[in-house]
Design a protein around this ligand. Structure first.
Ligand code: HEC
Length: 144
């Protein structure tokens, strides 16, 4: 089977990223995005003062975004187009897709290197990371 090594690699990456026992790349990549979404939600609640500012949670959330988006582009083996919101354009323009993921990873790492120490600084950091989400989703995520 030609696809086997790709699926195995995806499964191993998923395990390394802390995913449960998800074997399907669709589940792995959706799980990674859910983690990213949850982390952005946690950061945004602290920036808006809806939750108390927690420096440890800021660092943990940013770390989750960084590691998840780095693992994300590896979860698109050929044949995993079905049953997902992933646009076929991902497979047509994989280099551009990868570059968008790398760009978010770079900004997440930049924020991690100079951790926001209060809600205002956190708000600025979110302003840096947030646009990456829509920028990629607009082109590469199918609307349900
Ligand atoms: C490089 C492209 C890219 C970037 C950057 C990106 N996403 Fe996504 N996102 C996707 C794709 C593709 C899907 C659909 C995945 C699938 O269904 O297989 C998705 C799906 C999601 C989902 C739905 C997961 C589910 O199925 O329940 C959430 C939530 C999400 N993204 C949040 C975010 C947030 C928040 C950011 C920014 C911090 C972000 N994404 C950045 C490409 C991206």
């Amino acid at each position: 089977m030609k696809l086997r090594p790709l699926f195995l690699a995806a499964a191993l990456t998923g395990l390394a990223a802390g995913a449960v026992t998800a074997a399907e790349p669709q589940e792995v990549r959706e799980g990674l995005m859910k983690k990213i979404g949850g982390s952005m939600g946690a950061l945004s609640a602290m920036a808006k003062g809806q939750k108390p500012f927690d420096a440890d949670l800021v660092k943990a959330s940013l770390t989750t975004i960084s590691t998840s988006i780095k693992a994300f582009p590896d979860q698109f083996p050929a044949g995993s187009e079905a049953n997902s919101e992933a646009s076929p354009k991902i497979w047509e323009n994989k280099a551009d897709f990868d570059a968008k993921a790398a760009s978010l990873a770079a900004d997440a790492d930049m924020v991690l290197a100079q951790l926001p120490a209060d809600p205002a600084a956190l708000g600025l950091a979110i302003g840096k990371l947030g646009p990456h989400c829509g920028d990629c989703h607009q082109v590469y995520r199918l609307k349900k």
